[in-house]
Design a protein around this ligand. Structure first.
Ligand SMILES: *[C@@H]1O[C@H](CO)[C@@H](O)[C@H](O)[C@H]1NC(C)=O
Ligand SMILES: *[C@@H]1O[C@H](CO)[C@@H](O)[C@H](O)[C@H]1NC(C)=O
Ligand SMILES: *[C@@H]1O[C@H](CO)[C@@H](O)[C@H](O)[C@H]1NC(C)=O
Ligand SMILES: *[C@@H]1O[C@H](CO)[C@@H](O)[C@H](O)[C@H]1NC(C)=O
Length: 354
């Protein structure tokens, strides 16, 4: 049976991937991301997070991206200085919104129109927007019910402005009740109620679902059960055999568990974009080292640039955004301040080839 994988297949991963633990890990973890482009260019995107009081100016950051083969970024919110700097840069942009705006967007089409008029219309001619990202990791949670109506109103506002940009939302792996093996991936019952109609909307508008996927947290929570080389893309061994599909890295397994969950809701044509992934270089236990972060990010980029997709969705160009460009000193202490590939002075934390 042919299954839509412009899209998905299911991977079930490690049983120790306990939903509750993951849910806690991820809900405590703020997010960010970016994306890719054409031939001769790297495919990787980066998250341009700004929770720091010592970061370079947006024009300096965009120059850095251009000098390093970074062709896609994700903005967490519509920062006007960043959008101005991105004009005519050739860099493609996922544009996020503030989660606290969701209830207004959902309740009032005119607030969605005002947001689009302020943050998209003025830049649409000179900024190459990939997706508008409404709601970052709010499912499950008290804002979850606002996500789809907000997406619909933003989508309608874009259409009435004559602008064609897919509208989507970002989920964390906290939406998954089952993630192992990847083929058994499924949303929690609570998340399914919200995700079902969202997946239908994404299918009808040909938009992807954005997902934040962190093998680091899975590994750090279960170092005795998960092989470090499997988490770091540092082995070619098939570590998890899931039916006919073999997995040699945890990242693919996690992405395919999201693919399976989407498929289970009837969304087999909806692809996954990895809006965040990364590995901290410090601030946590013995897994958060410079060496592990360097190996993870370089292997990830090599994997993405190979354009081989995942075992469930082979050949599907996977669009991936690393978290993050900079170490951000206003984030909570610990690993969260140490996901950057660059220090605020734009020197490298470790070398990454994009
Ligand atoms: C937007 O990006 C796509 C993919 O890289 C490219 O084909 C297109 O020409 C770009 N459009 C503009 C206006 O830069
Ligand atoms: C940019 O990425 C592409 C695709 O991986 C690669 O072929 C090229 O060498 C890279 N360029 C630089 C300057 O790193
Ligand atoms: C890292 O710490 C974990 C948990 O304390 C332990 O199980 C593991 O053996 C340690 N690994 C190394 C390489 O020290
Ligand atoms: C990754 O694999 C290479 C080759 O086997 C090895 O030299 C290196 O130590 C590994 N790095 C990590 C961080 O596991």
């Amino acid at each position: 049976m042919e299954r839509g994988c412009s899209s998905l297949h299911l991977l079930l991963h490690h049983p120790f991937f306990v939903a509750a633990a993951i849910s806690l890990l991820f809900s405590a973890f703020p997010i960010t991301t970016a994306a890719a482009a054409g031939s001769g260019q790297g495919l990787m995107g980066v998250n341009y997070g700004m929770k720091g009081d010592n970061l370079p100016t947006p024009p300096e950051v965009i120059s850095l991206c251009n000098s390093r083969n970074i062709t896609k970024v994700r903005l967490f919110d519509p920062n006007a200085a960043a959008l101005a700097a991105l004009q005519n840069s050739g860099i493609r942009v996922i544009l996020g919104s503030y989660n606290e705006d969701l209830p207004n967007f959902a309740a009032d089409p005119s607030s969605a129109i005002a947001w689009v008029d302020a943050n998209v219309v003025p830049y649409a001619a000179a900024v190459n927007f990939t997706y508008i990202d409404i709601g970052n990791e709010v499912i499950p949670g008290e804002l979850a019910a606002f996500v789809l109506p907000a997406m619909r109103n933003i989508d309608a506002a874009l259409r009435s402005a004559g602008i064609s940009i897919p509208v989507t939302t970002t989920v964390s792996t906290a939406v998954l009740g089952t993630s192992y093996p990847p083929s058994q991936g499924a949303f929690t019952e609570e998340a399914s109620q919200v995700m079902g109609p969202i997946v239908s909307f994404l299918a009808s508008t040909n938009a992807p679902l954005l997902a934040n996927v962190y093998p680091y947290f899975a590994y750090a929570g279960n170092p005795d059960e998960i092989r470090l080389d499997y988490a770091l893309f540092n082995t070619s061994d098939i570590v998890v055999q899931d039916g006919s599909l073999g997995y040699s890295n945890l990242f693919d397994a996690m992405v395919d568990s999201v693919n399976s969950a989407i498929e289970r809701l009837g969304g087999a044509g909806v692809r996954v974009v990895v809006s965040e992934t990364g590995w901290p270089s410090a601030g946590g236990g013995n897994a958060s080292t410079f060496d592990n972060a360097r190996v993870y990010n370089n292997n990830l980029i090599r994997h993405v640039n190979e354009k081989i997709g995942t075992p469930k969705c082979p050949g599907n160009d996977l669009e991936v955004y690393t978290f993050a460009l900079f170490n951000e000193n206003l984030k909570p202490e610990g690993t969260e301040r140490n996901f950057g590939m660059f220090y605020p002075d734009m020197t490298e934390v470790y070398h990454v080839d994009f």
